[in-house]
Ligand binder design. Structure first.
Ligand code: ADP
Ligand code: ZN
Ligand code: ZN
Length: 728
């Protein structure tokens, strides 16, 4: 072996390239893996991350020297680096892009790793100093007067004031900067002495089974039915077991990271709670990232990408609603946040706790084989009991806007009893399609193989698969007939029907459209939180994690969508959604009822659903997966291609098929994707299955290498999806 030369470094760049770049390290620099450097690249300079030092440069090539290091410490400490390197290999994504995903945007762009100081303010005058209608500014001065130690900008924004108000008062010299108070002594910390309810015996028994932080690696699957108090369990576990100097990570699906969830954690842990989600701005990202990197003993509540942050004192990981499909990144670096959490717990030798009322079949199988410990929590907290689920066969019943008479009667009764009802519709918009009853024409997206959804509120027809939209017309665009009508159910239509049927009762719609327009789901849910009778109409968004104590009735408008899908995951996802949405009923004092409208009331899946025991259903589904040799019984990856024509996509896959078809690998396809054309790209796929994960990984790596060395026809793109969530 040649002697290693200490003066060279192998560097990763934030580019979709499956290669690294070698540079020389100048004598005055000492560099280690994970460190951020500035390097000359082409005619410009670029930000890179050191992957390795002391590499042997190729013969006869003079390497350019590294310009400088941004900071004397590695931006990615060893464990984070290892995690990302593992993920790059496992998910077949270029190392550079994986590593840079773990940096906040500012550091990717080569900005310094220093957060703007959180300025501290104190008032120099009272609210009486302000005349006129500057009501909020007076309130701010009054607030500061009540806090004699002053308060930071973030304390003030957390209390509902804006940066603009702070700036204005500062300009008018009514407030001034003052010395900061240490976090531990911050009198504005919201941690109160009012802990939540004491755990029930069942909850305590569950808590006792979770291994303490610092006892090495362990994975526990908490199967806790909806409303069993899983969140309460996590809170107590952290409060009792996490040392005050340790870091903890709590992963939640995006939609569950609501101010209510955060407030619940803050009640126990005050400012030790920090959050990480897609709505943070670059400054907030950087300052939180630095806290994590510098080992501050925070409890981070975050969405998927939080699992990539550079923790240095991580002692426990919780993944709430672990079955949620949003943990899987759908594009680019297609990692699973949940699976990386488990791997990370391995690297850290710490416990990981996966919780769900409807665990994924992957995790459940791991519990059955003893890889995970199964902890059951099968009663509801407080006095609540699980709701009764009943099927409502709608084959020969007249429907009004998708709702059957018994469903409307049940809503009527529920409202008369002073309770709230929730109506679940699986599509937003008014109707999934506009159809001409004279010529049969249905309006399709010009760029995708899909139909346009009719949105009546803004008189538009929209594609839910690309950003195409067009104005809705009164007549059939093909034959001009007036018999041009919406077909099927969307949330808007159900909202209209309910508003007409129950004119006295507020109807609250919750879907992506209504939450985007009104800003936040919290604002919309204010009505619901008053507890007054009302009807909630919504999509998936309503199914997840919310605690509505006064909802006692849940209506599922149509359960049949997932029953006959070609996707092998569809039955699992259908059951999870139905049980999660059912779980919104009867969480308070009064018991709940669920009515599921279906045309297939004898379908075995729906029949077992009524018996309501998820693990029994999961056993059945696992048996089917085993027969079909689907995951989790085999590893799966999808090789996708897209191009401006289907021929090109299929040709690429035809070319690699023989390379993929080696011993032990089963290959299906190539086949056009379920939606073959999307935003004018023609998509096809090849599915690879293998008994042995390592072998599949090896073959995928080989395919990537091979393709990287080829010149592909213009416009053709390929990507690999390991452990795919969507197989269509
Ligand atoms: P999950 O996360 O399992 O759906 P939550 O933790 O949100 O359940 O609890 C459901 C409801 O029950 C919440 O309103 C919570 O405050 C309440 N709750 C949980 N544990 C207890 C308890 N031990 N005593 C009284 N109420 C509880
Ligand atoms: Zn027509
Ligand atoms: Zn489209």
């Amino acid at each position: 072996m040649p002697e290693r030369s200490p003066s060279t470094a192998r560097i990763a760049l934030n580019r979709p390239l499956r290669r690294l770049f070698d540079y020389q390290i100048p004598g005055n620099l000492e560099l280690e893996p994970g460190q951020r450097v500035s390097i000359p690249f082409g005619r410009q300079s670029a930000t890179g991350l050191i992957v390795e030092t002391g590499v042997e440069p190729p013969q006869g090539i003079t390497l350019k020297p590294v310009h400088s290091a941004y900071e004397p410490w590695p931006a990615l400490p060893a464990e984070t680096f290892q995690l990302l390197a593992w993920a790059s290999d496992y998910y077949q994504h270029p190392l550079g892009e994986c590593l840079f995903t773990a940096l906040p945007p500012a550091l990717r762009r080569g900005r310094p790793a220093a957060a703007k100081q959180d300025t501290w303010w104190k008032a120099t005058a009272g609210p009486e100093a302000l005349a006129g209608n500057s009501y909020r500014q007076r309130a701010l001065l009054a607030w500061l007067q009540r806090h004699p130690h002053g308060a930071s900008t973030s304390n003030l924004t957390a209390a509902g004031f804006t940066r603009e108000q702070i700036r204005t008062l500062h300009k008018r010299e009514l407030i001034e900067e003052t010395e900061a108070v240490k976090p531990a002594e911050n009198p504005n910390d919201t941690a109160s002495t009012q802990p939540g309810p004491t755990l029930s015996p069942a909850q305590q028994a569950a808590a006792d089974q979770i291994p303490a932080p610092g006892t090495g690696f362990s994975a526990s699957l908490v199967y806790g039915i909806t409303g069993s108090g899983k969140t309460e369990l996590y809170l107590h576990y952290l409060k009792q077991q996490l040392s005050s100097s340790a870091q903890a990570l709590v992963l939640v699906p995006e939609i569950n990271l609501t101010p209510q969830t955060v407030a619940r954690f803050q009640r126990y842990f005050g400012q030790r709670i920090v959050v990480w989600h897609s709505a943070l701005n670059d400054g907030e990202r950087l300052s939180t990232w630095l806290k994590i990197r510098h080992g501050e003993p925070v409890i981070l509540i975050g969405t998927r990408s939080a699992v990539l942050l550079p923790f240095t004192g991580l002692k426990t990981i919780i993944v709430d609603e672990e079955h949620d499909s949003s943990y899987k990144q759908g594009e680019g670096f297609r990692y699973s946040g949940r699976d990386m959490a488990v791997y990370r717990a391995h690297l850290n030798q710490c416990p990981v706790i996966l919780g769900s009322a409807t665990p994924s079949l992957e995790s459940y199988q791991n519990a059955l084989t003893g890889k995970y410990q199964l902890i059951r929590l099968e009663e509801r907290a407080g006095n609540a009991s699980p709701p009764a689920i009943n099927l409502l066969d709608i084959r020969s019943r007249p429907l009004e806007g998708g709702l059957s008479r018994p469903a409307l009667q049940a809503i009527d009764q529920c409202l008369a009893d002073g309770q709230q009802a929730l109506v679940f519709v699986n599509r937003r918009g008014f109707a999934p399609v506009m159809m001409c009853f004279d010529c049969g024409h249905m309006v399709e997206c010009p760029r995708c193989d899909t139909r346009l959804t009719y949105h009546r509120r803004d008189r538009a027809m929209r594609c839910h698969h690309c950003d195409y939209q067009t104005a809705a017309t009164e007549h059939c665009p093909k034959c001009q007939s007036e018999a041009f009508k919406p077909v099927g159910q969307g949330t808007e239509r159900t909202e209209d029907i309910l508003a007409t049927a129950f004119p006295e009762t507020p109807v609250v719609r919750v879907d992506r459209d209504s939450t985007q327009r009104k800003g936040s789901i919290q604002g919309i849910l204010k009505k619901v939180n008053t507890g007054e009778p009302c009807i909630l109409v919504g999509t998936q968004m309503l199914a997840k994690g919310h605690d509505f104590p006064n909802v006692t009735l849940v209506i599922v408008v149509n359960a049949d969508g997932g029953l006959f899908s070609v996707d092998f995951r569809a039955p699992e996802q259908l059951i999870q959604t139905l049980l999660q949405v059912s779980g919104r009923a009867g969480r308070g004092e009064k018991s709940g009822q669920v009515l599921v409208q279906t045309c297939h009331s004898d379908h075995p899946i729906l029949k077992s659903l009524c018996r309501g025991h998820y693990l029994t259903l999961a056993d059945q589904l696992l048996a089917e997966r085993e027969t079909g040799q689907f995951p989790p019984f085999r590893a799966m990856a999808i090789f996708r291609a897209e191009a401006d024509t289907m021929e090109k996509s299929l040709a690429l896959l035809d070319m690699i098929k023989p390379l993929a078809r080696v011993t032990g690998i089963e290959v299906w396809g190539p086949l056009p994707a379920l939606i073959a054309r999307r935003a004018d790209r023609h998509r096809a796929q090849l599915v690879l299955c293998c008994d042995n994960r390592k072998r599949l990984n090896h073959v995928l790596g080989h395919l990537c290498q091979n393709l990287d060395q080829q010149k592909l026809p213009a416009g053709v793109k390929w990507m690999i999806d390991v452990d795919p969530q969507e197989t269509g």
